[in-house]
Write a protein that binds this ligand. Structure first.
Ligand code: FMN
Length: 366
């Protein structure tokens, strides 16, 4: 790959030196292999541990370390505030409305979803303070270099992560979140726009990033949401971000090993085929549009329940859908950048492509 010194230095931002990485590309993934491959390709891999039991977190972070050696990687937990204290499945289940249970039964029968043979995170854990604390303790036992979480994470947890020597990072979707991030002493921010896969707020990436950069002061900002092309990396740097944070683009890598059914849905999807729905967790999240989201949007369907009850409601059904690959109902979180995810790739190829496209965009600017 040929490049001038100027292009190299434009794409090598301050955060690269601060964290000891080659490219300002941060990648979020629920796959250990993807996380390690991003780090080994010169980016910064962040492992999403939110669906892992605490014991598994300890083992998996040690496994990632064994794959990356001294290179840096991070771990992300979803720690929403305001949920109940106890991880008590029976108590949460007792509160599910009869109409909602009847709707889930209707979906199971209509699509002939077999019972799952075992339990998954979605059918056994109530998102609750008790469970989050056990996950945080597991993360703090690790030697991960970064602790990432969405805004709302308590100041106490941020302080403990910093005392454990971790860089702390918060994902935010609105300028109004900045004051909490500053008060908690967050080291880095991800400005994650509406275009993003997964839980997301109402402001588009192009409008959000410059606002967060202006309000963040000295705190470095990464841009996220719909980014899957090198031109968007250059645009993000032009908006004052020091790098980009990507989620959707890794789903189509060999390392991720996503099921072929989901891969085909992603390959076929354009930006408008990703929709915002509360049907997954109870909070707004961008998902690939499938019969699952259509059923929850249909006339007469109940409103999804609030977190954590939606996932207690659908946990068994979702586990059955994924285990038995019930094609019409299978879905995954994905952002509007899905339009650039058209064929199976590798993490190294994705990073090479992003850097090549970014260098091309810089040349065009001149
Ligand atoms: C399949 C998938 C799962 C995600 N799960 C989480 C999660 O557990 N925690 C989290 O902080 N962000 C999660 N995200 C959001 C990412 O951290 C990231 O902000 C987002 O993917 C960026 O937008 P993009 O998908 O358009 O690249 C997820 C995203 C995807 C695509």
């Amino acid at each position: 790959m040929e490049s001038s010194e100027n292009e190299k230095s434009t794409l090598h931002t301050q955060i690269c030196d601060q964290l000891g990485i080659q490219y300002p590309i941060f990648g979020f993934s629920h796959s250990m292999e993807v996380t390690a491959a991003i780090t080994n390709a010169g980016g910064f891999g962040v492992y999403g541990a939110t669906r892992d039991m605490p014991d598994a977190i300890v083992e998996r972070l040690a496994h990632i370390r064994s794959m990356v050696g001294d290179r840096p990687f991070g771990v992300d937990l979803l720690l929403p505030l305001g949920l109940s204290n106890k991880n008590d499945w029976a108590e949460a289940e007792a509160q599910l409305p009869e109409g909602h249970k009847a709707f889930v039964k209707y979906l199971k029968e209509k699509y002939q979803v077999p019972d799952p043979t075992g339990k998954s995170f979605f059918s056994s854990v109530v998102r609750s303070n008790e469970f989050f604390e056990a996950q945080v303790e597991a993360v703090l036992k690790s030697d991960a270099n970064m602790f990432a979480s969405a805004i709302g994470t308590s100041r106490d947890i941020i302080e403990r992560a910093k005392s454990a020597g971790m860089t702390t990072l918060s994902l935010i979707g609105s300028p109004k979140h900045i004051k909490y991030a500053k008060a908690a002493g967050i080291d880095m921010l991800v400005a994650q726009g509406y275009d993003a896969g997964g839980h997301t707020g109402p402001i588009g990436t192009m409008s959000l990033v410059p606002q967060i950069v202006d309000a963040a002061g000295d705190i470095p900002v990464l841009a996220a949401g719909g980014i899957a092309d090198g031109r968007q990396l250059v645009a993000s740097l032009a908006m004052g971000a020091q790098g980009v944070w990507l989620g959707t683009v890794w789903l189509i890598t060999e390392e991720h090993r996503l099921s072929n059914i989901l891969l085909n849905k992603i390959f076929k999807a354009g930006s408008a085929d990703t929709i915002i729905s509360r049907s997954h967790s109870g909070k707004t999240a961008r998902l690939i549009r499938t019969a699952w989201s259509d059923e929850w949007e249909a006339e007469g369907a109940p409103e999804p329940l609030k977190m954590p009850y939606q996932h207690v409601l659908i946990g068994d059904l979702l586990t059955g859908i994924m285990e038995h690959e019930v094609e019409p109902l299978m879905y995954e979180a994905a952002g509007q950048g899905v339009v650039w995810c058209n064929e199976i790739s590798t993490v190294q190829k994705v990073i090479d492509r992003l850097i090549n496209e970014a260098r091309g965009a810089l040349k065009n600017l001149r």
